[in-house]
Design a protein around this ligand. Structure first.
Ligand code: PLP
Length: 425
């Protein structure tokens, strides 16, 4: 490669990843096989359409590749149909909205400051201009329990066409049975966006929304699933011809979704990404992956305990999944953005985040969001969590002492180098 500038940036990013610890709960380290599939010659190939229904020639190997990815995804998540073409999580959600809703229709989703995601109708998104998003939230900030009575009240009043279960900042589990009961009562489509927890579901550590009668699941393939950046949509029922206009009903849902992804608003799928997704689904189906996700949960519980014992106030006082939300403003009188910047200085990556009913604004919120998927991939176990909590506390308390921050930075680097990246091996 002659492009010295990009070569250097890639090398620097690799060093940053190797010498630091990734605590952002939506990030992970992919395997060498996933990386090499992403960098494979499939990136050269156009394949608009679906297996067996392509517009261009030369599909001898793209068709079996996409079929393989689809079959593996279906098996992994107990789905009848999978669309593996969405370029990421946001387009996957948009495809479902477009497939099922008419402009002005209502979607009932989680309050964004209680853990819901940007793509669930944040006012800055285009979807919020097209559709009417109404909200449920948590009832008890100490336990994090969702207010299902309020959800039912809002659902009966607003008659949503979709009830959406899913989050990017909620450390507890959802009661899918309650969602289903309310959704069925008002005749809403039950949609789960499992972007953050897909790996935990694939590894059988968390329940699968399909087991509770959900109609559609969207997800990213990165995050806990540990694959390439990408999206996927899973449905129950059979798919028809996506090039034919069909009536909006449940039986046609898989076809409506395929139609929306292509030709609706995407062009050709990224076949190198499809290859990497297929590898990801293969890896996630191995018994080792179940051990991996169990360890994510053990590490998160242990890290939460170690943080609480050092004075961190955690939203919902703990975690049931891979993520931890700390109210650093209340705990230490420093906002989340400042803490994020301090941690960057010592090689720990985390992100600031709003907490429920946050008195501070979103760009400088009270919370710090952490997670264990990436460090668990790196090989860290419960015994290492006290050390991480200690670094977090020390960095915050000594934030104006460059000498101490420098010492912590060296410690983090030395520690991190003991745990190679999966792509190193
Ligand atoms: C990350 C995430 C998305 C969006 O995924 P992108 O790949 O960033 O578009 C959607 N929904 C939820 C719940 C997420 O956590």
């Amino acid at each position: 490669m002659n492009d010295k500038e990009v070569t250097k940036l890639i090398a620097s990013e690799e060093t940053r990843q190797r010498e630091g610890l990734e605590l952002i709960p939506s990030e992970n380290y992919v395997s060498r096989e996933v990386l090499s599939a992403l960098g494979s010659v499939f990136t050269n190939k156009y394949s608009e359409g679906y297996p067996g229904k392509r517009y261009y020639g030369g599909q001898d190997f793209t068709d079996p590749l996409e079929t393989l990815a689809i079959e593996r995804a279906k098996k992994l998540f107990n789905a009848d149909h999978a669309n593996v073409q969405p370029h990421s999580g946001a387009p996957a959600n948009i495809a479902v909205y477009f497939a099922w809703l008419e402009p002005g229709d209502t979607v009932l989703g989680m309050r964004l400051d209680h853990g819901g995601h940007l793509t669930h109708g944040h006012p800055v998104t285009t979807m919020a201009q097209l559709y009417n998003f109404v909200r449920y939230g948590i009832k008890d900030k100490e336990t994090g329990e969702i207010d299902y009575e309020e959800m039912r009240r809002v659902a009966l009043k607003e008659k949503p066409k979709i009830i959406l279960a899913g989050f990017s900042g909620y450390p507890r589990n959802l009661d899918y049975a309650k969602f289903a009961e309310i959704g069925n009562e008002v005749g809403a489509l039950l949609m789960a966006d499992m972007a953050h927890i897909a790996g935990l579901i694939a590894g059988k550590a968390l329940p699968n929304p399909f087991d509770f009668g959900f109609h559609v699941i969207t997800t990213t393939t990165h995050k806990t699933l540990r694959g390439p950046r990408g999206g996927m949509i899973l449905t129950k029922g059979k798919v028809g011809n996506p090039l034919k206009q069909v009536e909006k009903n449940l039986e046609n849902l898989p076809t409506l979704i395929d139609r929306e992804v292509f030709p609706g608003f995407q062009g050709g799928p990224h076949m190198n990404n499809t290859a990497a997704k297929a590898v990801t689904f293969y890896e996630a189906a191995q018994p080792e992956f179940q051990t991996y996700v169990q360890q994510i949960l053990k590490n998160a519980k242990k890290l939460a305990d170690e943080m609480m014992s050092r004075g961190f106030k955690l939203v919902t006082n703990g975690t049931d999944n891979h993520l931890i939300m700390a109210d650093v403003q209340t705990s230490f009188g420093v906002d989340g953005r400042q803490v994020q910047d301090i941690l960057d200085k010592i090689g720990l990556s985390a992100n600031c985040n709003s907490i429920p009913d946050d008195p501070l604004p979103p760009f400088r919120p009270s919370g710090l969001r952490l997670g264990t998927p990436a460090i668990t991939t790196r090989g860290l176990e419960e015994e290492h969590m006290a050390q991480i909590a200690e670094w977090l506390e020390q960095a915050i308390k000594n934030r104006s002492n460059d000498k101490i921050l420098n010492k912590l930075s060296n410690e983090v680097k030395e520690f991190s180098l003991r745990f190679p990246l999966p792509s190193d091996s």
